[in-house]
Design a protein around this ligand. Structure first.
Ligand code: CA
Length: 580
């Protein structure tokens, strides 16, 4: 295959191509073109690197970082990117040493021929590229245009949005990162990457989805775990429990009571999946009510029982935010999840910030919001800023380009309600699959979701911990082997104590009925967790009409008729269908 060296095209499109040297050669009378040659690291900060003076490139440094501890030496390129004085995105590209810098053992120098972008967390990016570089990848990261993890600058003091800040955080930073990493790799090694990947969790997971949705041709494989997608909607929902506790219980409920309520729910529902192992495999099917923990009742625990108001508050935290009509606005924390993270003595700081974004008022006081007015704030957020932040686009280009998307989400994620990504997955299943609600075969050809029972945000928790996710993605992309299961395991003192398969949603791991329940070999992926009961209960009130709009069955991946037919038109006494 002929190879045309057009590094700038990756970043800036066709407008600047005419001014760049190219190896392609259509002058039959001239000398043959000289193929591109590898560069020394330091040359990447000079004219030969093609970065200096290019549009959007404000500064470039390129130095060889010495080996340190377990980290190998590599070529560290730092680029300050921005197309205006206000835009300043720091991108770091870490390159395994090329042949002119002493690298060896890889495809070119120490390089394995691949790139791997690393995502950030919270309201911050990441410039830590050691892990991918140590594994032979060109690693990259970006700071999303600001340092630190504070999202408050998204709203100016005068009540206007700082859309530069918001867009750099939401999308521009990782786009510049991906494009620059591919461009710098091609310049350094004189070879385009064979495969390009993303690897992130939480905000890093959201970033992976943004790249899939908005740069669909650039990456071959994306690992996007516990994605912070629907940024405005889920972060607003992070405040629901605080408001409920304030209104019903007079303030935060003691942490020990919340912990006991979680333990009681696990005890009640653990065995429903066929294996008593301290984990509720399908928490949506668990209907345990915290009223069982009310002091003085026969079912109350020996310690940390609840008063009636506290019990109602915990039930509403599990249920998630609803509007005054009883229609679901977003999802709650599934039973078995640590409630304290969002509902401790103080609210989660990014949730507080989100209320400022929702109302574009940097001094808005969340304590003025009640359970009845919560929907108004949620609706303001949807109408004012969620189209910018929530990144719920389709995957048409990514799919058509052959990309593969892999997501792990902990079923007991204590920060990002895992039903959010299920909501998106259901929509994509309908978009790329068959006509039936339960047909996920189409979407699974390029996008697989593994929900890990008992696993917390990006890992941790009582459930078996997912293993080898990134390797599974690479195998899918490069060897066409789709991940049919992901191994998960618990360890104690370095010894594996339990293995269990994770299954591509909506399948689940079912015990075969004999042999150790601590051995993955005794489980098989089967069943369908997308019951009409779960799907219909997950239908949300229409986006941007949270205060008093109709339910949006279509966006919920189902139909009103389907939910009516199955008898799910009503929920908890609320007439969910009256306007629909
Ligand atoms: Ca269980």
């Amino acid at each position: 295959m002929s190879y045309t060296f057009l590094p700038a095209a990756l970043l800036f499109g066709g407008g600047v191509l005419a001014s760049l040297p190219v190896a392609a050669h259509d002058n039959k009378h001239g000398p043959p073109p000289r193929p591109p040659q590898p560069l020394m690291c330091s040359q990447l900060a000079g004219d030969a690197g093609g970065l200096v003076g290019a549009p959007g490139i404000k500064a470039v440094t390129a130095v060889i970082a010495p080996a340190a501890g377990d980290n190998v030496s590599f070529c560290q390129v730092d680029v300050l990117y921005g197309t205006s004085p206000e835009q300043n995105i720091n991108v770091r590209v870490g390159l395994p040493l090329g042949p002119l810098d002493g690298g060896s053992g890889g495809v070119v120098g120490a390089w394995n021929g691949r790139t791997q972008g690393i995502g950030g967390g919270g309201c911050a990016g990441s410039l830590s590229v050691n892990a991918p570089v140590n594994a032979g990848y060109v690693g990259s990261g970006n700071d999303t245009g600001h340092s630190g993890g504070n999202c408050e600058p998204g709203v100016n003091a005068d009540g206007t949005y700082n859309l530069q800040f918001i867009n750099d955080f939401i999308r521009n930073g990782m786009k510049a990162q991906v494009l620059l990493s591919k461009r710098v790799a091609a310049a350094y090694y004189a070879k385009k990457p064979d495969f390009n990947y993303w690897n992130g969790c939480s905000t890093g997971g959201r970033q992976g989805y943004v790249v899939a949705q908005e740069l669909g041709r650039e990456l071959d494989g994306i690992l996007a775990n516990a994605p912070a997608m629907y940024w405005t909607r889920f972060q607003t929902a992070q405040m629901w429990g605080q408001i409920v506790m304030k209104d019903l219980a007079g303030g935060p409920i003691a942490g020990a009571k919340l912990t006991q309520a979680t333990a009681s729910a696990v005890q009640a529902c653990d065995g429903a999946d066929g294996v008593v192992d301290g984990v509720i495999d399908e928490p949506r099917a668990c209907t345990f009510s915290a009223t069982a923990n009310i002091c003085g009742t026969p079912t109350a625990p020996a310690a940390n029982c609840l008063n009636a108001a506290e019990a109602e508050a915990i039930d509403r935290i599990w249920d998630g935010p609803r509007n005054p009509d009883g229609k679901r606005i977003w999802f709650g924390l599934d039973r078995g999840t640590a409630i304290n993270a969002l509902n401790g003595t103080f609210p989660f700081f990014l949730g507080v910030t989100q209320f400022h974004w929702d109302t574009h008022n940097p001094t808005f006081d969340w304590t003025t919001v009640t359970m009845n007015t919560y929907a108004d704030v949620a609706q303001q957020g949807s109408r004012n800023i969620a189209d910018v932040t929530d990144t719920f686009g389709d995957l048409d280009t990514f799919r058509a380009s052959g990309g593969k998307l892999l997501t792990m989400v902990g079923a007991n994620d204590q920060l990002i309600m895992p039903q959010g990504v299920l909501h998106y997955y259901r929509q994509m299943a309908r978009r790329y699959g068959g006509p039936h609600d339960d047909d996920f075969s189409g979407v699974q050809k390029f996008f697989r979701l593994f929900r890990a029972p008992g696993v917390a945000h990006c890992g941790g928790g009582a459930g078996p911990q997912p293993q080898g996710l990134f390797d599974a993605l690479v195998d899918w992309v490069e060897n066409k082997v789709p991940p049919d299961t992901i191994l998960a395991q618990n360890t104690s003192g370095g010894v594996v104590t339990r293995t269990r398969p994770l299954c591509p949603y909506p399948q689940t791991a079912v015990y075969k009925g004999s042999g150790s329940t601590d051995d993955a070999a005794n489980f098989a992926c089967a069943g369908n967790l997308e019951t009409s009961e779960e799907v219909c209960d997950s239908v949300l009130v229409k986006y941007k009409h949270e205060a008093n709009g109709p339910l949006d069955h279509r966006e919920g991946g189902t139909s009103r008729g389907e939910c009516r037919r199955r008898g799910h038109g009503h929920h908890d006494g609320h007439d969910n269908d009256k306007d629909d």
